[in-house]
Design a protein around this ligand. Structure first.
Ligand code: LMR
Ligand code: MG
Length: 389
């Protein structure tokens, strides 16, 4: 059996906040008539240049067409040679590899009539605890809007939230105060996320101020690749510290410098399920915890993380994938399901990722390319459609 063709389709899907994220739907066809689907999720991150989708299709076809789809290791090796790691969190080559690797897993599962979780090592969990994101406050007036988000989502079953912080500490504090007064112990704040925007010392000062509120861990409290800074920060605070994995060199340095307690692992940022399993294994060997991160994927990307998380032995902190809850629409007939703040892993009876494309929805959200148009660095950093500077 051979891979016979590849198709990429770009969709632009607005979030409830108005921010539009562009994703690429991947289809990998075989000469036996079975198609695997994957997702290159959320290209709407810095750096502000875009990939040419026609050219990317040609390049990926030269790598994939003619290969046996079960040769996932070989294909990953070639993908890595063509889309190398760049030591940058939002490196687009990792997004490309992730979409292809997910489609290969979906294909293998469909061909073997087996669910992807079962291909990856089976199930320790059938559901994964997740938290809902509260995006970064820049203005005081956003505090009440975000408290309303907590009210709405709490009513839907989400009892755990994470908060992006560090641009307006008065607003961060007012929000945490509001949550504490209104919900008390009914709502848990999983993390304060500094998104690498502050130096470790600035993040430490901010943490001291916000530490009168309860939260479980602190994420990305230093600039990208400041391994020593993370370690200094980690030794000063009581809370566990987490950081994303975006390259194996970076993960190695974080292990070597004992920079973190928890690795935030997302297939999108490390370049696929194959790479994410390797990163989780490295964390396990180093005696570190894991959580599943997110870029805010659609259902295909999110379900692929559900399959991954089901089989991880060291997934011991609340995870982040809630993308499908953030967008106004999706591209599948059977979106992922959340129940009481848990992401459900599709059943064993569903081959592959268990997702079916909905072409009416794809037509609705289809856009020509990954071009940017007009958007500011603030909007990209804070995931907002709000243009106030
Ligand atoms: C998002 O798109 O909202 C996230 O990827 C933001 C983040 O944490 O990088
Ligand atoms: Mg994202």
């Amino acid at each position: 059996m051979k891979i016979s063709d590849l198709k990429l389709t770009v969709v632009g899907i607005p979030r409830h906040t108005g921010f539009v994220s562009k994703h690429v739907i991947v289809e990998i066809m075989t000469d036996e008539g079975v198609t695997g689907i994957g997702e290159m999720s959320d290209f709407s991150h810095l750096p502000q240049y875009s990939l040419d989708i026609v050219d990317l299709t040609t390049v990926l076809k030269t790598i994939l067409v003619g290969k046996n789809p079960f040769d996932i290791s070989l294909i990953n090796k070639e993908l890595l040679a063509n889309f190398p790691e760049m030591m940058f969190y939002y490196e687009k080559g990792n997004f490309v590899r992730n979409g292809v690797d997910a489609a290969l897993h979906d294909l293998a599962g469909k061909l073997l009539n087996t669910s992807v979780a079962d291909l990856l090592g089976g199930r320790i969990k059938e559901k994964i605890k997740v938290c809902y994101p509260i995006f970064r406050h820049r203005f005081m007036e956003e505090v009440e809007e975000n408290l309303q988000v907590v009210r709405t989502r709490f009513a839907e079953g989400f009892d755990t939230f994470r908060l992006y912080v560090g641009k307006n500490l008065d607003a961060d504090e007012a929000f945490l105060d509001g949550v504490k007064n209104e919900f008390g112990s009914k709502v848990t704040i999983k993390s304060l996320d500094f998104s690498h925007l502050l130096s470790w010392k600035e993040a430490w000062q901010a943490t001291k101020r916000l530490s009168k509120y309860d939260f479980q861990l602190i994420e990305s409290p230093a600039v990208q690749n400041d391994f020593e800074g993370l370690q200094h920060f980690r030794l000063k605070v009581d809370h566990p510290v987490s950081e994303h994995v975006w390259s194996f060199r970076q993960q190695y340095e974080m292990i070597r410098h004992d920079s973190v307690d928890i690795f935030n692992i997302s297939p999108i940022f490390i370049g696929g399920l194959t790479a994410a399993r390797k990163a989780a294994a490295a964390a396990e060997v180093a005696g570190k915890g894991c959580l599943l991160g997110t870029t805010q994927e659609l259902s295909i990307g999110t379900t692929s993380m559900a399959h991954l998380g089901a089989s991880l032995a060291n997934l011991n902190f609340t995870s982040d994938p809630t993308g499908p809850e953030l967008y106004v629409g999706d591209v599948v007939k059977n979106p992922v399901k959340y129940e009481n703040g848990y992401l459900l892993v599709p059943g064993r009876d569903k081959p592959g990722l268990g997702m079916e494309l909905d072409w009416d929805l794809i037509e609705k959200y289809k856009v020509a390319d990954l071009s940017w148009g007009q958007i500011s660095v603030h909007q990209l950093q804070d995931r907002t459609s709000q243009t106030k500077a």
